[in-house]
Design a protein around this ligand. Structure first.
Ligand SMILES: [Zn+2]
Length: 417
């Protein structure tokens, strides 16, 4: 199939070229954060194509936009503060940048998609003035109630202009795990350019495309994530908006992310570190400047599905009981793509009370509190948020009392005794 059907052409969200090359087609899937209530189970449920393309010109890996962002983000169930290791990550980031960029009570820190204030609270604790910008009303309210000033808005050029004309330009703009979720990446990065003070720094974290491909993390693909970045593509996008990336770090979050540091292109005070050319060379060596590196991904994903189903079918034939752990977005992509419902996973559990008592979208697997695992004593617990697997194995060490084992589905099915 080509990009044109009855005059309709898919366009790259960055450079506007036609999108014709498939990265991976995961079929039809519901919105991964649209947890269902008991009453909703007997109603119609919308599914949207989860078909990822790669731009042949700028190599931005991306989904088409099917769902208005307002629908996805206005009541987002994800509260960052429910993970211990995520909070630890936020705290160490705050310590690092405060020291490196000498932030003080005279500085101004703005976080884009500030969620429940999980990160800005640590700046507040140091007496550094902050502003969170967060479009999901319920999540923003949680931030405000813990003393983190938060503007309930989508961020882009318009919001940046309003803040800027109000004298609220930032010494530090933090955008962690939001760039992928921005439908209009040019509007978002263009807004950063306007919001940033002369001499200021932007830091952005996003999952690294190299890790996604290399470690087969296809379950990190969902409708809420419109784009998947290499460093080279991110650099191209920032450059188009007058921002230079002067440093980059590889960090372990979300299965392997990049933290990029940007500044105004005319800011001579921060030289480009050699981490930048080094990472670009690595990406070239990995083949990210060749289309076949992208188009060969799909077969790897299909093989993972076959192997996981083989394992689960065998376990069920042996009479084993299997539960899930966690109800993350990535779990929903995996379960829907593989067709795993209560026929394999009896239930799953999550620490987030917002999700408890609800059902996973599409697969309708019930979500309970973690206590359920102790009551039901399943033979296997499949860890859906595999990026937190060490933390979860530790938390659930007691399943070994009855011989329980953990299943980690990605990069390929692995059992931990
Ligand atoms: Zn493009």
């Amino acid at each position: 199939m080509t990009g044109s059907q009855a005059g309709y052409t898919r366009k790259c969200r960055f450079c506007g070229s036609s999108l014709t090359q498939t990265f991976v087609d995961l079929g039809m899937s519901p919105l991964c954060e649209s947890y269902r209530s008991q009453e909703q189970l007997s109603k119609m449920e919308p599914f949207y194509p989860l078909h990822v393309y790669v731009c042949g010109k700028c190599f931005l890996v991306q989904l088409e936009e099917f769902v208005p962002p307002e629908e996805i983000f206005t009541e987002y169930a994800y509260f960052s503060s429910y993970s211990d290791s995520w909070l630890a990550h936020a705290r160490s980031y705050v310590d690092l940048v405060t020291k490196r960029f000498e932030l003080s009570a005279r500085s101004y820190v703005v976080e884009l998609a500030s969620n429940d204030g999980y990160l800005l609270q640590y700046f507040v604790g140091k007496g550094i003035p902050v502003l969170g910008i967060e479009p999901a009303v319920n999540v923003a309210e949680a931030a405000i109630s813990k003393g983190v000033p938060t503007l309930v808005k989508f961020f882009g050029v318009q919001t940046a202009k309003e803040l800027s004309s109000n004298g609220q330009r930032a010494d530090l703009i933090a955008a962690n795990n939001v760039l992928a979720q921005v439908p209009d990446v040019n509007d978002f990065v263009g807004g950063m350019k306007i919001l940033l003070k002369p001499g200021g720094v932007v830091t952005v974290e996003f999952p690294h495309l190299v890790r996604l491909i290399e470690e087969n993390q296809f379950d990190t693909i969902y409708h809420e994530h419109f784009s998947y970045f290499s460093f080279a593509t991110a650099e191209r996008i920032f450059a188009a908006h007058g921002l230079v990336l002067f440093d980059v770090e590889e960090i372990p979050t979300h299965g392997g992310s990049l933290r990029i540091y940007g500044r105004h292109s005319d800011d001579g005070s921060k030289a480009v570190k050699d981490t930048v050319p080094r990472l670009k060379d690595q990406e070239m060596a990995y083949g990210l400047d060749r289309l076949d590196r992208y188009t060969s991904f799909e077969e790897k994903v299909r093989e993972t599905k076959r192997k996981l189903l083989e394992f689960l079918i065998r376990a069920k034939r042996e009479g084993k009981r299997i539960s899930g752990y966690g109800a993350p977005g990535k779990g929903n992509t995996l379960l829907n793509y593989c067709g795993i419902r209560t026929d394999f996973l009896e239930f799953t559990v999550d620490r987030n009370p917002y999700k408890q008592g609800k059902f996973l979208p599409g697969t309708h697997i019930p979500i309970h509190s973690p206590e359920k695992i102790r009551q039901e004593r399943p033979d296997y617990v499949m860890i859906l948020p595999w990026n937190f697997k060490d933390e979860i194995v530790q938390q659930l060490h007691y399943i070994r009392e009855w011989g329980g084992q953990f299943i980690v589905p990605i990069p390929e099915v692995k059992v931990i005794s």
